[in-house]
Design a protein around this ligand. Structure first.
Ligand SMILES: NC(=O)c1ccc[n+]([C@@H]2O[C@H](COP(=O)([O-])OP(=O)(O)OC[C@H]3O[C@@H](n4cnc5c(N)ncnc54)[C@H](O)[C@@H]3O)[C@@H](O)[C@H]2O)c1
Length: 410
């Protein structure tokens, strides 16, 4: 973990400073400022990275409450007039009124739109519905979209704000673990095109991401597990120490123990931000976040997005990618065993269900967005904490690996 005992902090502000070019990317994050807010400590980290994206972007990690959202709006140089608060119909009843009241106190006229919960809402039709609403309520370039919810909502909120009047500001308030550690960060937005996942979208950075960790208390265990897959991914792709930390603390994490959970969310945000600020549009290193995703998306597609939550499919995908690395003799079988075991402790599946044929999955993998000129692009570990982009693995080898990862029921 990082050098600082974050367990004592209530709110962590990660402020990205884009003006100090190129410094600090490799070094651990240092606490630069400490502020006091409502007599509770706020630790402000300045991640010093080269320009890109925005010059004033906050990720706020708060143990409980939405104070950071008020603070972001108070501190903002932009003075928003009105806002569309977007949430799904599970999330709005939980947190919608609190957020609406908070936004109104900041002087915004707030309109709300509640969408049916679930991946099936992530469509062009939903985006169009949002744009019509935004037009009817007369949002303009000085308006704001707030995406309150899991990755589905923040992906839609980001996308509709990216395109409306060629781009208006948005703030994400993620309420799932997957949203907090991954989906809300990094500016990838979009919707599905039929069964083609995230085929229509845009890169659009939120002006802030406000995390209230206590939101996770109402989340089902299955959804917590799904988010934990992305957490484990960060360990495998870029930080073996973090992976060991997860091995030591997985039981506490699954019980949503506050201090350790805040540490983990913060670490994931740091890892994602470092790479994204280097490669916002996934022309280079950002592709590593797709570890497990080419396999995982194929598994989601082959099961009509109905059998597995996103993170569950990604867990199976990560084990497939690690198996491929074992088969290629790039990592020891013990690395695969550790990944598999950690996923299982997080309540995640690790094997392809028997009813899915390896060939069908391979067909779906060929349509992955990362496939260039029909050549499969796979992210595979070359040690624990490091991955490589593999475009050199032939399809027969992948097929073989998929077969090995299928569940064998006697
Ligand atoms: N943009 C990115 O970089 C990125 C990264 C990873 C995943 N994603 C996308 O994220 C989506 C998956 O996100 P998700 O797993 O958060 O799914 P989700 O948004 O569907 O949320 C999962 C479920 O939890 C409910 N929920 C949300 N917060 C809750 C809370 N606090 N208490 C109780 N219930 C709550 C939701 O209503 C929903 O039913 C996928 O569409 C995936 O493509 C995007």
């Amino acid at each position: 973990m990082g050098p600082d005992p974050l367990s004592t902090s209530v709110v962590n502000f990660i402020r990205v400073n884009y003006t100090d070019k190129g410094r600090g990317l490799e070094s651990p994050l240092a606490i630069k400022e400490q502020h006091f807010y409502h007599s509770r400590p706020i630790i402000v980290d300045v991640i010093e990275v080269g320009k890109r994206m925005l010059d004033n972007f906050h990720i706020c990690i708060e143990a409980s409450g939405f104070d950071s959202l008020s603070r972001v709006l108070t501190d903002s140089k932009r003075c928003y007039n009105s806002c569309l608060l977007l949430a799904d119909d599970n999330v709005y009843p939980l947190f919608g009124d609190a957020i609406k009241e908070l936004l109104q106190k900041q002087g915004l006229t707030v309109h709300t739109l509640s969408l049916p919960a679930g991946e099936s809402s992530k469509t062009c039709a939903t985006a169009e519905r949002c744009w019509h609403t935004m037009k009817e309520i007369e949002l303009d370039r000085g308006s704001l979209v707030v995406g309150l919810g899991g990755g589905v909502t923040t992906d839609i909120a980001g996308f509709v704000s990216a395109c409306f009047m060629r781009g208006i500001d948005c703030i994400h308030v993620p309420t799932t673990l997957l949203g907090m550690v991954d989906a809300a960060i990094g500016g990838k937005t979009g919707v599905n095109l039929g069964d083609a996942k995230n085929y229509v979208g845009a890169f659009h950075q939120p002006v802030a991401v406000c995390v209230n960790v206590a939101c996770l208390e109402s989340l089902s265990r299955k959804e917590v597990s799904s988010g934990m897959a992305e957490v484990i991914k960060y360990g495998v792709i870029s930080d073996s120490q973090f992976f060991s930390f997860l091995e030591e603390n997985m039981d506490a994490l699954m019980k949503l123990e506050g201090a350790v959970l805040e540490d983990v969310i913060r670490r994931c945000a740091e890892i994602k931000l470092r790479v994204v600020t280097e490669d916002e549009k996934e022309q280079g290193p950002r592709v590593i976040f797709n570890f497990g995703h080419t396999f995982g998306h194929a598994i989601e597609g082959a099961t009509d997005y109905a059998k597995y939550l996103h993170g569950e499919a990604i867990a199976i995908g990560m084990c497939c990618a690690a198996q491929l690395a074992v088969d290629q003799k790039e990592i020891a079988p013990s690395v695969l065993e550790r990944i598999e075991s950690l996923c299982q402790r997080a309540g995640l599946p690790v094997r392809i269900p028997e009813e899915l044929s390896a060939r069908r999955l391979l067909d779906l993998m060929r349509h992955d967005k990362k496939a260039l000129h029909g050549v499969l692009t796979l992210i595979i570990p070359d040690s624990l904490g490091s991955v490589r982009v593999a475009r050199d693995i032939d399809e027969e080898t992948v097929l073989n690996t998929l077969e090995k990862r299928r569940e064998i029921k006697s």
